[in-house]
Write a protein that binds this ligand. Structure first.
Ligand SMILES: Cc1cc2nc3c(=O)[nH]c(=O)nc-3n(C[C@H](O)[C@H](O)[C@H](O)COP(=O)(O)OP(=O)(O)OC[C@H]3O[C@@H](n4cnc5c(N)ncnc54)[C@H](O)[C@@H]3O)c2cc1C
Length: 390
């Protein structure tokens, strides 16, 4: 699947390739910890200084003011050059910033958008709770209005990058008497506020990518509510629209590059008789399936982009991309780890093992984070296909 490009768009791609040739970081991204976050901040800052941060964000809000097509071309060049991804900026760039662009006040946009693009503000998402994941509207973290502040008490869990974040999107219950969805509000909170405690959670790949966050009478200025009091559900759905749709776009493009890498692996690694693994019919068929599904997923993502371009806001169709991406991504990474044979049994062995094994272990999370595949199938059934609730 290729876009038919105008001469300007072709020039844009060439400029992007030229910039990446001269500006990629010289060292590998550290796998975890403060060093990893510092690496991501420096890489984001470098893109900002080069004029490549927020390609499709409005110019007056600090972005480059270009179209989603140019955003895709930038993602394509980044994938081609194996540039580091957004890392700890994934939430800030993927949905916190876009939500503020659509729903925020001028003051909120002024306070956060430029710092995000500049690499100064890392964001986390505080939606899920121990008893409210798929059923998000069951959340109980309380926000009581007290004068000019919201006083928040409760807990959020599975908060990605919480340890490295400066700010957080926070969904709280401000009116327990209202309907489940009507009583929610969406605020942005400074994670260094008094009363916040962040406890890391270790995942099976060894990293502490997420944490549980506790709030004990945390005061958040009412002016930091996004979309106004009681409108949290609407803002949360806009957030998930960006998260499941446009944010996944760059990941889809990178996945296609990874499928090429798996194919290279099958070409270069040999079986016990010295024949390339790709000469085995089963391996070849497995890789052909991955490649065909990669093309189909890419086409779906591009169709979604053109719909978003038409309507201005990502719709429920984004829910079709996310589970397709998540499940294909798991199979691509599993195939890579399988082809490594014994080398695939360690996380820190050969370069290939480092490339495939930790992502394979982490890929189990893809069908849970951002909403489980089952729940997204419900969304597709009800909101895209218009089927009745079961
Ligand atoms: C890697 C990762 C990163 C995450 N990052 C964040 C983050 O930054 N911020 C944040 O707020 N949350 C985050 N989450 C949490 C994530 O959104 C939740 O884990 C997810 O919504 C599922 O909720 P749960 O874990 O409570 O599972 P549950 O909701 O308890 O679901 C358990 C099982 O029941 C199934 N199920 C539940 N309801 C239905 C239904 N109606 N129909 C069919 N099946 C159903 C689910 O599919 C699942 O298999 C992250 C999760 C992961 C894995």
């Amino acid at each position: 699947m290729r876009l038919r490009l105008t001469p300007e768009e072709r020039r844009f791609s060439e400029r992007a390739a030229d910039w990446l040739t001269h500006n990629l970081p010289g060292e590998l991204r550290p796998p975890s910890g403060v060093a990893m976050a510092e690496f991501d901040r420096a890489w984001q800052r470098r893109q900002y200084d080069g004029g490549w941060a927020g390609v499709s964000w409005p110019k007056e809000l600090g972005g480059a003011g270009l179209s989603l097509v140019e955003q895709i071309l930038w993602f394509e060049q980044c994938a081609r050059f194996d540039a580091p991804d957004a890392g700890v900026f994934s939430i800030a760039l993927g949905h916190a910033g876009p939500v503020l662009i659509v729903e925020g006040t001028d003051e909120q946009r002024g306070a956060h958008l430029d710092p995000i693009l500049r690499g100064d503000e890392v964001w986390a998402q505080g939606f899920s709770e121990p008893e409210a994941g798929s059923d998000l509207a069951a959340l109980r973290t309380r926000g009581m209005v007290d004068g000019d502040d919201l006083v928040v008490t409760g807990t959020k869990i599975w908060t990605t990058h919480a340890l490295h974040s400066d700010w957080q999107e926070l969904l709280v219950r401000t009116d327990p008497g209202a309907s489940r969805h009507g009583g929610l509000s969406f605020a942005v909170v400074d994670l260094r506020s008094p009363g916040i405690e962040i406890r890391p959670i270790r995942a099976m790949d060894g990293g502490t990518h997420f944490a549980q966050v506790f709030y004990d009478s945390v005061r958040i200025p009412v002016r930091d509510l996004v979309g106004g009091l009681g409108n949290g559900w609407r803002v949360a759905m806009t957030t998930l629209g960006f998260e499941r749709g446009t944010m996944t776009l760059g990941m889809v493009i990178r996945l296609r590059t990874l499928i090429d890498r798996v194919t290279d692996l099958a070409r270069t690694r040999v079986d016990g008789r010295g024949r390339p693994l790709l000469s085995n019919d089963e391996v070849a068929a497995r890789i052909a399936d991955l490649a065909a599904e990669g093309v189909a997923l890419h086409a779906l993502a591009l169709a979604f982009v053109s719909e978003t371009k038409r309507t201005g806001v990502p719709g429920a169709a984004g829910s079709m991309i996310r589970p397709f991406y998540a499940e294909l991504s798991q199979r691509v990474k599993e195939t890579g780890a399988d082809l490594l044979g014994r080398d695939g049994l360690t996380v820190d062995g050969t370069d290939d093992a480092q490339r495939f094994v930790p992502p394979y272990l982490y890929s189990f999370a893809h069908t849970i984070g951002t909403g489980t595949s089952e729940v997204q199938r419900n969304v597709i059934a009800q909101r895209v296909l218009g089927l009745p609730r079961g």
